[in-house]
Design a protein around this ligand. Sequence first.
Ligand code: FES
Ligand code: FES
Length: 159
Amino acid sequence: MPDYTFTVNGKSVSVALDNEETPLLDVLRNELGLMGTRFGCGLEQCGCCTVLIDGKPEKCCAKPMWSVAGKSVVTVEGLGTPERPHPLQQAFLDEQAGQCGYCLSGILISAKALLEKNPRPTRSEIAAALDDNICRCGSHNRIIRAVQKAAAQMRGASA
Ligand code: FES
Ligand code: FES
């Protein structure tokens, strides 16, 4: 049974799998108990399974484990904690930027990747960065407002 070693939220982990095509999402949820990353379509279409892989936002519902070995993965659990939320998480709470919340872990990850590259994104740049993340509840206006708020807060914190 091959072993796959990779880093999740800063910790090195190894998993033994019968099938090297097992998707990263299944490993995160079923082997590692990281339930924040969601299963939606399973077809790389909706974005709710987005995680960072070596710093890039990627959908992981069909990402085979063999392609992840040796890489660094960040999930929504790696952003912050209830006691110490990431500024994005706090802004999403402040703006109540979601209804059912199902899409939000993927959106938070995509937004984190955006703000790392571009600390002062325009509204249309935020919309473009989140274009692969579908929100079925139509919370887009609040989501964009929350990303703008977090960006301002993070710029203030680093000023
Ligand atoms: S569950 Fe992965 S893109 Fe929809
Ligand atoms: S808040 Fe329900 S899918 Fe986005």
